[in-house]
Ligand binder design. Structure first.
Ligand code: CAA
Length: 261
């Protein structure tokens, strides 16, 4: 794929697109040009039929150490409000295909929020999470207070947001924010995330998309609405060839061959 300045893209396994944030000298601080590239790559690869799932990771000592403080520090209220500063970060959440965050090193501020915008989080033992914005005279602005509260509950989110203290991979796992901590070894967390993405990419794409949409409804809708959303998506899959194939294959004791149709 294309050459970017602040990110790297590759296809490390069948059906998998890997995006690596690549500003290691600035601990992958999420500048506007970096996020623009990230959104562009996600849009391009979301539309690429050879891709079924994404892995997003950092380089060097960080996943991402937050929004770019040097870029932000002189901005005025008028500027950030008029230009809807950070609003375009949300584009990542309308990507259709699952995104797995493989978090190595610092995931602070916007970096923690970026991980929380992904669908699955795997952490290296070195992963350090936090919302240190309070130390900069602000609060999280990329969804941190909302998504963290839904992921780890009110009391912990208040503590993290108001004290600005970091939390470890082990804490994130104990609190249910990450699926698991992948044991030691350079690049292990990325390897594991790529393997998981490959598994997801090997399923019927329409069912995967419906599954993602249904789980996301749990975070955006009431239980009644969410159950309706789930049931309608479930019903809708009976219009797909993959439902016929998947169930026929089970009955015939063979492996399903997905048409993604
Ligand atoms: N923005 C811009 N540059 C950053 C950065 C950020 N968020 N985080 C790190 N950097 C830069 C440093 O300025 C430094 O650059 P120079 O070499 O040019 O001085 C380089 O990355 C390496 O960082 P350090 O020398 O500070 O490395 P360290 O190991 O001593 O400390 C750290 C690591 C504790 C993560 C420290 O870098 C740090 O505190 N970073 C900022 C974390 C933060 O406050 N994040 C929240 C940002 S606000 C936000 O994200 C708003 C939002 O909700 C969207």
């Amino acid at each position: 794929t294309k050459n970017y300045e602040y990110i790297l893209t590759s296809k490390p396994a069948e059906g998998v697109a890997l995006i690596t944030l690549n500003r290691p000298k600035a601990l992958n601080a999420l500048s506007t040009p970096l996020f623009t590239e990230l959104n562009e790559a996600l849009a391009e690869l979301d539309a690429d039929d050879s891709v079924g799932a994404f892995v997003l990771t950092g380089s060097g000592r960080a996943f991402a150490a937050g929004a770019d403080i040097k870029e932000m520090k002189d901005k005025t209220y008028n500027e950030v409000y008029q230009n809807r500063f950070l609003e375009d970060w949300g584009k990542l959440t309308s990507v259709r295909k699952p995104i797995i965050a493989a978090v190595n090193g610092f995931a602070l501020g916007g970096g923690c929020e970026l991980a929380l915008m992904c669908d699955i989080i795997l952490a290296a033992p070195t992963a350090t999470f936090g919302q240190p914005e309070i130390n900069l005279g602000v609060i999280p602005g990329g969804g941190g207070t909302q998504r963290l509260a839904r992921a780890i509950g009110k009391s912990r989110t208040m503590e993290i947001t108001l004290t600005g203290r970091n939390f470890s991979a082990a804490e994130a796992a104990a609190w249910g924010m990450v699926s698991r901590v992948v044991p030691e070894g350079e690049g292990k967390v990325v390897e594991e995330a790529v393997a998981m993405a490959q598994t997801i990419a090997s399923k019927g794409r329409l069912a995967v998309q419906a599954g993602k949409d249904a789980v996301n409804a749990a975070y955006e809708q009431t239980l009644r609405e969410g159950l309706n959303t789930e049931r309608r998506l479930f019903h809708g899959l009976f219009a797909t060839q993959d439902q016929k194939e998947g169930m026929a294959a089970f009955a015939e004791k063979r492996k399903a061959v997905w048409k993604h149709a």
